[in-house]
Design a protein around this ligand. Structure first.
Ligand code: FAD
Length: 511
C-alpha cells in the first residue's frame, strides 16, 4: 500500500512537535495532526533540565532556547514555620554543557518548536485535524481524521507516534491500560505578572505548609506562578477569583503587586501506560506517563521519549538497523519514566500532607536526608547498552565545552560517538579501524582536547555514546572495545565497505 508519509505524529503539544522537528532533522517524512486550530497559549510546564536543553542543541536550537529561558538559581523547601528544610544552589552550568535547571514560559518554547517544524522540508503540522480512529495492517497504520471543515479522510504511514496527551485517543483505541502509581490531587495553578517585589525570595520554593501546601516559581521577565493544593472545604469557583488568590497567597503576593492572567484547577496524577508499543504505534509523552509536577520532569520525560525513538526510527527507515531495534524504545524508556513518576508521587505525598503529625515526621526525615529531595537521574531500562554490568552503560553522558567555545555534540551531530585514547584505538584490528573510519553513522574522536573530560567522567579509555547522548558502554582493553562495537545496532558497521546507494540528503542543524 502506498503511504502518505513514514510517520504520523498524533498531537501537536510540545512532545508531538518535538518529535516532528527531530524527524525533520533526521530526514524522515512525517505529518503531525493537532485537533486545536491554534497553539494553546496556556503554560503548564515551566522547568527543563540540562538534558532537555541539550536535545534542543541537537537541532541547532540551544542558543535560541537559552534566550527564552532563565537559569533556576535556587531551589528550597520550607515548612509551616518558615524553616528552610533543604536548599540547593542550582544556577551553575552543569555536565550537559548548559544550565542544569532552567525556567520558561511554555508558549515561547512551543512557538520555537513550531517555527522549526515550519522551516523543515520533510515534516508538516496540520492544525484543526482530529484523529478519530486508528487501524493497523501488517506494515502500515491507517488513521481516520476529521478536519476543521468536517471532512473525514484517511492518512497512512509506516509508523504512528501517539503524543496526544493524558486522555490519549490512541491509547484508548488500542485498549492500553494505565498503572496507577499515586493519588489524584487537585491543585489550583495561578499564573500572572509581578508588579514590584514579592514577599518571598527564590526561584522555586515548595511551601510545605500543612495548612495549605503551595509552590512558588519565579519565571522569566515579570512572570510568576503559584500553585496551591485544593482542600476539602474549598469552593472551587471562589479560590480562583482575585479575592481567593489574594487570600491564598497572603504574605507572598498582594492585589497591588500581582496581576493574575490565569487560574485553573489541575488534578495531579501518577500513571504509566502498561504498553508503549502496539504493532507500529508508539505512545510518548503524557500519553505514556503522567507525573505530579514536583520535579518538573513530566515534559522532560516526554521529550526524552521522542529523542530515544527518533534516532531508532531513522536507522530502521534507512535500512541500517533491524526492525527489532524499535522494541528497545519501550524497554529502555518505560523503566526510566517509571522512576520519575514514582519519585514525583512520593515527593507529592510528602509535600502536600495536611496532617500536622505527618508534616513533622516529614520535616525530620528531610533534615536528616536532604538528598531525597533531589533524586539522581536513573539509567535506561534494558536495551542498546551494556548496563547494569557497566555502571556507565545506559546513563546520560556529559558534554564538554571545546577549546574553541563550541560543544562536543556540535562536532558529533546525530552520529554515534566513539571517544577513545589514541593508544586504545590503535589496539583495534586494522580491518575494524578502517571500517569505522568509513562508517558515516559513527564519529571517532581521540584528541584529548575533544574527549579528555568525557573519558575522565566515565573513568575509562574508551566510551561509545549513542545519538541520544546515552552511553552505550565503556571499554578498558582493545578486546573489550571491539566486543562493545559489535553491539552497535548498525548493519555491517564493522565490515569492509561495499558501494551503497547515496544516502538521502539530511537537513543540517543550524549551529
Ligand atoms: C501545572 C503543571 C505544571 C507542570 N510543570 C512541568 C514542568 O515544570 N516541567 C515538565 O517537564 N513538565 C511539567 N508538567 C507536565 C507537562 O506539562 C506535560 O508533561 C506536557 O505538557 C505533556 O506534553 P504532551 O505533548 O505529551 O501532551 P499535551 O501537551 O497534553 O499535548 C497533547 C496534544 O494532543 C492533542 N490531541 C489530543 N487528542 C487528539 C486527537 N484525537 N487528535 C489530534 N490531536 C489531539 C491536544 O489538543 C494537545 O495539543 C506540568 C504539568 C502541569 C499540569
Amino acid at each position: 500500500m502506498s503511504q502518505d508519509c513514514e510517520v504520523i505524529v498524533v498531537g501537536g503539544g510540545p512532545v508531538g512537535v518535538m518529535a516532528l522537528a527531530l524527524l525533520g532533522h533526521a530526514g524522515v517524512r512525517a505529518v503531525g495532526i493537532e485537533r486545536e486550530p491554534e497553539m494553546w497559549r496556556q503554560a503548564r510546564a515551566v522547568h527543563f533540565d540540562g538534558e532537555t536543553v541539550r536535545s534542543f542543541q541537537a537541532m541547532g536550537l540551544g542558543e535560541e532556547l537559552s534566550a527564552r529561558v532563565k537559569p533556576m538559581c535556587d531551589y528550597r523547601m520550607e515548612n509551616e514555620a518558615g524553616e528552610t528544610l533543604v536548599s540547593h544552589a542550582t544556577g551553575q552550568m552543569g555536565p550537559q554543557g548548559w544550565h542544569s535547571e532552567v525556567l520558561f514560559h511554555q508558549p515561547e518554547v512551543d512557538g520555537l518548536l513550531r517555527a522549526e517544524v515550519a522551516r523543515l522540508a520533510d515534516v508538516e503540522l496540520r492544525l484543526g485535524t482530529t484523529l478519530l480512529d486508528i487501524e493497523q495492517g501488517d506494515d502500515s497504520v491507517r488513521c481516520t481524521v476529521r478536519t476543521l471543515e468536517g471532512t473525514t479522510r484517511t492518512l497512512t504511514a509506516r509508523w504512528v507516534i501517539a503524543c496526544d496527551g493524558g486522555t490519549s485517543t490512541v491509547r484508548r483505541t488500542l485498549g492500553v491500560s494505565g498503572e496507577n502509581l499515586g493519588t489524584d490531587d487537585p491543585w489550583l495553578v495561578v499564573d500572572g505578572h509581578l508588579r514590584g517585589t514579592a514577599g518571598i525570595e527564590g526561584d522555586m520554593v515548595f511551601l510545605g505548609r500543612h495548612t495549605r501546601p503551595a509552590l512558588w516559581i519565579r519565571l522569566p521577565g515579570d512572570r510568576v506562578r503559584m500553585e496551591f493544593k485544593v482542600l476539602p472545604g474549598d469552593d472551587p469557583e471562589e479560590i480562583g477569583t482575585p479575592e481567593g488568590i489574594a487570600r491564598l497567597s497572603r504574605g507572598v503576593l498582594t492585589p497591588q503587586n500581582f496581576e493574575p492572567d490565569r487560574s485553573v484547577i489541575y488534578t495531579f496524577r501518577a500513571r504509566l501506560a502498561t504498553s508503549w508499543r502496539v504493532g507500529n504505534v508508539f505512545l510518548a509523552g503524557d500519553a505514556a506517563h503522567l507525573a505530579p509536577p514536583l520535579f518538573g520532569q513530566g515534559l522532560c520525560a516526554g521529550l526524552r521519549d521522542v529523542a530515544n525513538l527518533v534516532w531508532k526510527l531513522r536507522l530502521v527507515s534507512r535500512g541500517r538497523a533491524p526492525e527489532s531495534l524499535l522494541d528497545t524504545y519501550e524497554s529502555e524508556r518505560r523503566d526510566h519514566a517509571r522512576y520519575w513518576v514514582e519519585q514525583a508521587a512520593t515527593m507529592a505525598g510528602l509535600v502536600q500532607t495536611t496532617d500536622p503529625a505527618m508534616a513533622a515526621r516529614r520535616d525530620a526525615h528531610i533534615r536528616a536526608n536532604p538528598a531525597d529531595s533531589y533524586p539522581p537521574a536513573p539509567a535506561l531500562g534494558p536495551g542498546v547498552h551494556t548496563g547494569p554490568a557497566d555502571p556507565h552503560g545506559g546513563r546520560l553522558s556529559m558534554q564538554p565545552m571545546l577549546p574553541d567555545g563550541t560543544r562536543l555534540d556540535d562536532l558529533v551531530g546525530r552520529r554515534f560517538l566513539l571517544a577513545a585514547t589514541p593508544e586504545l584505538q590503535a589496539g583495534l584490528p586494522d580491518a575494524v579501524r578502517e571500517a569505522l573510519a568509513e562508517e558515516p553513522e559513527v564519529a571517532v574522536l581521540t584528541s584529548p582536547q575533544h574527549v579528555g573530560q568525557l573519558l575522565t567522567s566515565v573513568e575509562a579509555p574508551a566510551v561509545l555514546v549513542r545519538p541520544d547522548r546515552y552511553v552505550l558502554g565503556t571499554a578498558h582493553t582493545p578486546e573489550q572495545l571491539e566486543a562493545m562495537l559489535r553491539l552497535l545496532p548498525l548493519a555491517g558497521a564493522l565490515e569492509p565497505r561495499r558501494e551503497t546507494s547515496a544516502p538521502r540528503q539530511e537537513t543540517t542543524a543550524r549551529h
